[in-house]
Design a protein around this ligand. Structure first.
Ligand SMILES: *Cc1c(COP(=O)(O)O)cnc(C)c1O
Length: 401
């Protein structure tokens, strides 16, 4: 068997260097834990960016995947399959949506929404041809396609990849006056994350989204909530919009929609927006395939049936309280909702990466983001005992300077 060092060396030699992972080579996962090839066990505090909310290798999702894989995996949408309608029915009932469009990656769901709201703008709202504008937020993260990185404000994501598509206006996140000022007669949509994940778990000011909702309704603007990371229990509710007591016109989900087994994403909306797409105007070879649908159905079922959303709320509160109680001169702020948490360190701490390395040595995998922030997002099946153990490790690492 190749050693850790040898595998890392091969990756370095042959792979594009578009990631800078922690040097741990994982080979197995179960629930909240993963194991490296040397047999060390870690508590996963990233959950593949919230794609494994249901825990690693959930046996019921695995079973659904294997059973479906033995029957039928892909038909393309040229023909129908017997899983798609059931997936539509279950996701629509769960989220209260009227229309569903299945895709694969999160970025594809975002691209789909952009296409749909533009077409809706021309055909329903009456915007002049090619004049549609979509308002987005500074420090957004919506994926990596050319269409999406064109309106990213992160230089790493954006710079050097142009030319980009026009039609996007960028406003600060959480600033209702800036949003109001950016609205024009050509505004077709506001695309926004309920909590900015990649930006470092930025929670908006109370009441922001209620006002956003009001302005969108008043000016016939489609409110598109990107819940690819915040959705499906991560924040302690099925969708993060519930914390704001609002409803989006279009909701994007992905990541945990498959519990980490397969790329599955979806655009959820009312009939008016997705209704503008006619045969031949949008599609995906793999989108809505029977394997994806069977996996997503099982992933949604265990999420609700096994009380994971409620556990996320309870354990999130416990984790947050514990982090807030840590006495340390290097912690600037603890923030988040449910099990979507972050600890921001003071600049003098010298960056979050070395604390993530120290956590790794103590059996916790967490990810640094934007230099000074440690993100904490374990699978939603974490127990109180595991939270308490994790808190001891965080306390030890953050106090030891
Ligand atoms: C991860 C993510 C995406 C992109 O999903 P991919 O599956 O990586 O394309 C989009 N929006 C948000 C908020 C995300 O967290």
């Amino acid at each position: 068997m190749k050693t850790t060092a040898a595998l890392i060396e091969t990756e370095h030699l042959l792979g594009a260097h578009n990631y800078k992972p922690l040097d741990v080579v994982l080979t197995r996962g179960e629930g909240v834990f993963v194991w490296d090839i040397e047999g060390n066990r870690y508590l996963d505090c990233l959950s593949a960016y919230s794609a494994v909310n249901q825990g690693h290798c959930h046996p019921k999702i695995f079973k659904a995947m294997v059973e479906q894989a033995q029957k039928l995996t892909l038909t393309s949408r040229a023909f129908r399959n017997d899983q798609l309608a059931l997936f539509y029915e279950e996701i629509a009932a769960l989220t209260g949506s009227h229309k569903v469009l299945p895709m694969n990656s999160g970025a594809e769901a975002v691209e789909t929404a952009i296409k749909a709201v533009r077409k809706w703008g021309y055909e329903v709202k009456g915007v002049a041809a090619d004049q549609a504008e979509i308002i987005v937020c500074a420090n957004n993260f919506h994926g990596r396609t050319i269409g999406i990185v064109g309106f990213s404000t992160d230089p790493d994501s954006h710079d050097g990849f142009g030319p980009f598509a026009p039609g996007f206006r960028i406003v600060p996140f959480g600033d209702i006056d800036a949003f109001r000022a950016a609205i024009s007669e050509n505004t077709v949509a506001f695309l926004v994350e309920p909590i900015q994940g990649e930006a470092g778990v930025i929670v908006p000011p109370a009441g922001y989204f209620a006002e956003v909702r009001e302005l969108c309704t008043k000016h016939a603007i489609t409110l598109v909530l990107d819940e690819i990371q915040t959705g499906l229990g991560r924040t302690g509710k099925l969708l993060a919009e519930e914390h704001e007591a609002i409803e989006a016109d279009v909701t994007l989900i992905g990541k945990a929609l498959s519990g980490g087994f397969y790329p599955v994403s979806a655009v959820l909306s009312n009939s008016e927006v997705l209704g503008v797409l006619k045969p031949g105007q949008h599609g995906s070879t793999f989108g809505g395939n029977p394997l994806a649908c069977a996996i997503a159905r099982a992933a949604l079922k265990v999420l609700t049936e096994e009380g994971m959303i409620e556990n996320s709320a309870r354990m999130g509160e416990r984790f947050m309280t514990g982090l807030t109680d840590i006495r340390s001169n290097i912690i600037r702020e603890v923030r988040g909702r449910g099990l979507m948490l972050a600890v921001e360190l003071v600049p003098e701490a010298g960056g979050a990466r070395k604390y993530c390395e120290a956590l790794k040595a103590r059996g916790i995998l967490a990810k640094d983001t934007h230099g000074d922030t440690i993100r904490i997002a374990p699978p939603l099946v974490i127990t109180a005992g595991e939270v308490d153990w994790a808190l001891e490790q965080f306390a030890a690492v953050l106090a030891s300077t």
